[in-house]
Write a protein that binds this ligand. Structure first.
Ligand SMILES: NC(=O)c1ccc[n+]([C@@H]2O[C@H](COP(=O)([O-])OP(=O)(O)OC[C@H]3O[C@@H](n4cnc5c(N)ncnc54)[C@H](OP(=O)(O)O)[C@@H]3O)[C@@H](O)[C@H]2O)c1
Length: 478
């Protein structure tokens, strides 16, 4: 059942790419489905001096890229949009923002609720949070702060950022977005585990040979070279998205529904990540950077806009993670992510060993969970659509569920409006994952990589294949 929500959204970076490509289309879907109806307003803020009318035009223009609804519905939606020119470093502007929010709250009867959304460069997150607090923007309704990635670039910077925002907002009001946690399959994993006793019984070191998580892209960095030069794929994809996917598949007690229990289990899992020596990093982590393609048509990473000619930033990584826990000790978790790979893939491959025959499951069964559908199947077993495989090992959501699934941002915005923090990352989780990633980054910083080391359109450096061959394993997605 759809319950209408009431809030004033203040979107810092309201003229930017994220707001136009993700947030406004998601808000529009919520408007069409009735979650947002009469009692909401959106204030977009950024420095450029736009009028309300011009802002509404930009919103409608971006909606037209995704929807073919009547212009009238879009106009009705856009009437809830207002614009306030604002430099986040300027204290006076927060007073103007506060007054506008109060006026719109009266006009739309928004229940004094505020969602402060940081669709702005990370260096401003702390400044904005502090000003919201010091300039008295908070109301007697709820006041929720939404933070985009990246949350720091190492443990120290993440601690500093967290220190700044937590002076202004209690942890319970902070919603750190990891949009993979908004994806249907990632959200369904606990449910699949809780409702498939045999699968759950097999998810441990007695029955699992290894688990593989792949997030691959066919495209290069495109126009994000400037950002990528400050990050690299390990920070951009592994520290957050891949770790959270592992959290969904490998944490204990998937039947838990309470956010506190779910997060505690995830924290325990990340806390049990086996520490690595620098020599182990050399052995267990591979990095790569794309060269041009075989025909020399595509740009090498070092030829991309805003990328240094001698850049040592990695566009590919593969690694072997291990956990010191009763459940997972001895099971390698192989992860990889890269740009300019042969295709797009977002998947988890769970490779069972021969002990599973005890449970009546075929030896060496591979269960693949597709996080994003790149073909017509949501779930595969041994490469076969589970429905055709004739196995009743696991029951998955129906295909139709996936077709009707909400977009990740839409689902996360509903959670924010409902005060449900299950699908957001907590500070304790980030602390453990950054600590782990820092070990790799620190070792890499001490060494000169031999870049570029893979051809665009290929599976990455050969060392990534050897990482698994060494253990007698191989990548399932190849
Ligand atoms: N784009 C994505 O798909 C995506 C995905 C995941 C995470 N993110 C994160 O989302 C955030 C926004 O990314 P984006 O791609 O939307 O960036 P963007 O297109 O560059 O937008 C930045 C916004 O910030 C505003 N801004 C810049 N300086 C400002 C200042 N001093 N005071 C007030 N406003 C200021 C800009 O407008 P003015 O120039 O008019 O001020 C613009 O509206 C970043 O943290 C990014 O890492 C983005």
């Amino acid at each position: 059942m759809v319950t209408e929500k009431s809030a004033i959204f203040i979107i810092f970076g309201g003229s930017g790419d994220l707001a136009h490509r993700k947030l406004y289309p998601s808000l529009f879907r919520l408007y069409k489905s009735g979650f947002l109806k009469d009692h909401f307003a959106v204030i977009g803020t950024a420095r450029r001096p736009w009028s309300d009318d011009y802002f509404r035009e930009t919103v409608i223009t971006s909606l037209k890229d995704y929807f073919d609804d009547d212009e009238e519905i879009m106009q009705g939606f856009a009437k809830h949009f207002f614009y306030q020119s604002h430099d986040v470093n300027d204290s006076e502007h927060y007073i103007a923002l506060k007054n506008l929010a109060a006026k719109l709250d009266d006009q739309f009867e928004a229940g004094h609720n505020r969602v402060y959304y940081m669709a702005i460069a990370p260096r401003f997150f702390g400044t904005v949070a502090e000003h919201i607090n010091s300039e008295g923007l908070k109301t007697d309704g709820y006041n929720r702060l939404v933070i985009e990635k990246p949350f720091g670039r190492d443990l120290d910077s993440a601690c500093e950022l967290n220190g700044n925002i937590s002076k202004a907002f209690p942890e319970n009001d902070i919603y750190r977005i990891d949009h993979y946690l908004g994806k249907k399959m990632v959200q369904d994993i606990p449910n699949i585990r809780a409702t498939n006793a045999k699968f759950e019984e097999a998810l441990n070191n007695k029955y699992v040979s290894n688990i593989q998580v792949t997030l691959a892209e066919a495209i290069g960095v495109e126009d994000r070279g400037g950002y990528y030069e400050t990050a690299g794929v390990l920070r951009d994809m592994v520290q957050n998205h891949i770790m959270q996917i592992i959290g969904a598949i490998a944490s204990d007690a998937p039947e838990a529904k309470e956010a506190d229990v779910i997060h505690k289990n995830k924290c325990d899992l990340f806390g049990s990540l086996k520490e690595m020596t620098p020599e182990q990093v050399d052995k267990d982590f591979v990095r790569g950077q794309y060269d041009t393609d075989k025909l020399g048509n595509e740009k090498a990473y070092r030829q991309e806009d805003k990328v240094a000619e001698d850049s040592n930033i990695e566009t590919y990584t593969a690694g072997k993670l291990e956990f010191d826990s009763k459940r997972w000790s001895g099971v390698p978790f192989y992860v990889r992510s890269g740009k300019r790979m042969p295709g797009k893939a977002s998947r988890i491959d769970i490779v069972f060993n021969s002990n599973v025959t005890e449970l009546g499951i075929k030896a060496n069964t591979v269960v693949t969970l597709l996080i994003e559908r790149t073909d017509n199947h949501s779930i595969l077993i041994n490469g076969i659509d589970y429905k055709e495989s004739g196995q009743d090992f696991i029951k998955f959501p129906e295909e139709g569920d996936f077709d009707n699934a909400r977009e990740a941002y839409e689902s996360l915005i509903i959670d924010i409006l409902s005060g449900d923090r299950v699908h957001f990352t907590l500070w304790d989780e980030l602390r453990s994952t950054w600590k782990y990633i820092d070990t790799v980054e620190e070792r890499w910083a001490d060494q000169q990589p031999d870049f570029p080391n893979y051809i665009s359109g290929t599976m990455g450096p050969d060392a990534a294949e050897m990482l698994l061959e060494r253990d007698g394993n191989s990548w399932i997605w190849d």
